[in-house]
Write a protein that binds this ligand. Structure first.
Ligand code: LHQ
Length: 258
């Protein structure tokens, strides 16, 4: 069985982390497969939303620590530059929404891969741990970029240094994730968010994502200019035309993702 499964259904590229006996901990092979699955989703126009979840009781325990000891260890530069950084870049550059459905514990790189997604939901029994400090490492996989922006400097700094395990409800309360969903029917309810996004104006969502990313480092003036440019591009899409017409004609819009 592959360590990452990909299935396209209802316009959603469903990517399942699949090493349940290892709490979906990432080794090199799994990182490369995740990159490949993300590339397939990016290149498939029938995929209008990507959904990432874990098989079994965990979302992911982060790096498989058994891989980083011993003579054949890949080396930390290789692990970051070839394994994790390309995953984060692919998620952020994906011109469609990416939903993370955190079904159980998300630790280390597993947590930070989830947190860089566009919409993050978690089961009520799920938890998040910036586990790095406990093994003398620093938060990677974009954790130092996104976490302070999501929850503020102090919460991020303390979570990273103390390595506390926080429950999904607390993650929602501090703005780390979008929503907690009940354990019962978690995957169906989380997947329905992805199905909904897959019916929306995909290019408009991609421009929104691009504008948000650029806002991370822009001045207000520069960001107003970005909004002006991207709004003009959005206005030229089929879906924007359809959305406005449908509203005026008092009918339900049918978006094509173009
Ligand atoms: C594991 C792991 C694991 C291997 C549980 N690896 N076996 C980047 C740069 C370069 C190198 C390093 O990494 C990185 C990025 C990172 O992600 S660093 C952070 C790596 N992750 C961690 O430090 C988390 C370690 N795991 C845990 O803290 C706990 O296992 C969590 C909180 C995830 C789950 O706790 P429990 O539910 O109590 O499960 P458990 O601890 O009993 O684990 C179950 C099994 O899974 C156990 O094996 P066993 O043979 O005893 O059943 C663990 O050893 C194994 N496991 N995480 N990351």
């Amino acid at each position: 069985m592959s360590s990452v499964l990909l299935e396209v259904k209802d316009g959603v590229g469903s990517v399942v982390l699949n090493r349940p006996d290892k709490l979906n901990a990432f080794n090199r092979e799994m990182c490369l497969r995740l990159q490949k699955s993300l590339d397939e989703c990016a290149g498939d126009s029938s995929v209008r939303c990507v959904y990432i979840t874990g098989n079994g009781k965990a979302f992911s325990a982060g790096q498989d620590l058994a891989e980083v000891i011993g003579p054949d260890m890949p080396g930390f530069n290789k692990i970051l530059s070839e394994h994790y950084n390309p995953i984060i870049t692919r998620i952020r550059k994906m011109e469609k929404p990416v939903v993370a459905a955190v079904n159980g514990v998300a630790a280390g790189a597993g947590a930070n891969i989830a947190l860089c997604c566009d919409v993050v939901v978690a089961a009520e029994s799920a938890s998040f741990i910036q586990a790095f400090s406990k093994i003398g490492l620093i938060p990677d996989s974009s954790g130092t970029f996104f976490l302070p922006r999501l929850v503020g400097w102090q919460k991020a700094s303390a979570l990273m240094m103390l390595g506390d395990k926080i429950r999904a409800s607390e993650a929602e309360r501090i703005g780390m994730i979008y929503k907690v969903l009940p354990d019962e029917n978690f995957s169906a309810s989380a997947f329905s968010i992805a199905q909904f996004l897959a019916q929306m104006p995909t290019r408009g969502l991609a421009f929104t994502k691009q504008a948000l990313d650029l806002s991370m480092s822009n001045s207000l003036e520069a960001q107003l200019s970005v909004e002006n440019d991207l709004q003009q591009l959005a206005a030229k899409t089929y879906d924007s035309n359809e959305g406005i017409r449908a509203f005026v004609e008092k009918r339900k819009p049918v978006f094509k993702g173009s």
